[in-house]
Design a binder for this molecule. Structure first.
Ligand code: TXA
Ligand code: MG
Length: 352
């Protein structure tokens, strides 16, 4: 199949183009589109066969459920039931936006979407192109991130094509995404639990809900995996193995510098993922370096995180050594993604 790329200006949306993309969705096809977090790979959430197409295009295992996207909180009753009263509070604060709520599923939502479960994950994305697409289609849109299973989420159209060109009918190119990490997934089945930290911080949720638990998400190790290509893909990562360093800024810099020089001695091409303020400490060294922004500006770090990792891959890094950005605000989501990219390979840098 040929993937048609439609360039859409989010500030002046071409209604005719969006109608064409919506028609593809309604005929059972797949349309990748920008959201404020990352690009999504959309199908009509009410069409089980179309939803199976998402899993095939992504090579995603059927046990991993999808998020259903709505244009408006008013449509929530089409996908979820037994909606607790606090949803209206959360929706008022965070929708449209990077918050996904897990609720009991309506029968109209096929089990393909929910991976056989009785709950459904729902969000109202804030991106104008996502909004326009869902409105034009007039149906809820199931969409995981538009990457092959196990790889980094795409934050621009080129990232989507790198993984899915020829596997999807349409890609709406609305430019780079702004949040850069995926939505926060909050379960409201029972006590509220953050299943995945993301674009809405724990602190912002706690301002409304009071203390919220963050569930431990299992991390698949990148090492010691059986030599099956399918399993090796599951580390959700850049191609190069990644090691995450945690500690004070001085401790992280010292540990990164000594690890980098050890790797260099064994002729391994090292890529470093740093913060802007780390740069002076690594000046003049023959290393591949990317900064995602200042550690004091986590919005920028989140926005640039995945593209910085992709850039290190593209530059030929054979190992990526990354610094940590703490757990305050977006730091928690950044740490979660880096820990996953590292397959749990996290080093506590000794104090200096
Ligand atoms: O920002 C985002 O959330 C992006 C954009 C495209 O909306 N989507 C995204 O989808 O990241 P995906 O499929 O890559 O991640 C969805 C996450 C997975 O961790 C999945 O296990 C979880 O949400 N999830 C989906 N349905 C669930 C359910 N019913 N119960 C618990 N977790 C669920
Ligand atoms: Mg994903």
């Amino acid at each position: 199949m040929l993937t048609a790329v439609f360039t859409v200006d989010p500030t002046a949306i071409d209604g005719a183009l969006l109608q064409r993309a919506a028609a593809v969705l309604l005929s059972g096809g797949l349309v990748a589109f920008p959201t404020e977090t990352v690009y999504g790979l959309g199908a009509n959430a009410l069409d089980a066969r179309a939803v199976r197409g998402i899993f095939a295009a992504k090579e995603r295992p059927a046990y991993d459920p999808l998020i259903v996207h709505l244009a408006d909180v008013g449509d929530l009753g089409r996908v979820a039931r037994d909606i607790p009263p606090l949803v209206s509070d959360l929706a008022a604060h965070f929708w449209p936006g990077p918050l996904t709520l897990v609720l009991p599923r309506c029968a109209a939502i096929p089990l393909e979407v929910t991976a056989g479960g009785e709950t459904v994950a729902v969000r109202v994305p804030a991106h104008p192109v996502a909004q326009a697409l869902i409105r034009a289609a007039g149906v809820p849109v199931a969409a995981p991130s538009a990457n092959r299973f196990g790889r980094l989420s795409p934050t621009c159209a080129a990232d989507v094509l790198a993984d899915l060109d020829g596997r999807i009918e349409v890609l709406l190119d609305g430019g780079p995404t702004v949040v850069g990490v995926e939505s926060t997934v909050l379960s409201l089945v029972g006590e509220p639990v953050i299943l995945r930290p993301g674009g809405v911080s724990r602190e912002a949720l706690e301002a409304i809900l009071g203390p919220v638990v963050v569930s431990e998400r299992p991390v698949l190790p990148t090492e010691d995996l059986p030599a099956s290509p399918g399993l090796l893909l599951q580390h959700y990562a850049p191609r190069a193995p990644l090691i995450l360093y945690q500690g004070t800024p001085a401790a992280m810099r010292a540990a990164l510098a000594s690890a980098a020089s050890l790797h260099q001695q064994s002729q391994v091409r090292v890529g470093l993922l740093l913060a802007d303020e780390d740069l002076p400490f690594f000046a003049g060294l023959d290393l591949l370096v990317e900064t995602a922004g200042s550690a004091a500006d986590l919005e920028t770090v989140a926005r640039r995180l995945f593209s910085a990792l992709r850039a290190l891959d593209a530059a030929g890094a054979e190992v990526i050594l990354a610094r940590d950005f703490g757990v305050t605000g977006l730091g928690l989501a950044i740490r979660d993604r880096l820990t996953r990219a590292a397959g749990g390979h996290v080093v506590e840098a000794p104090p200096v």
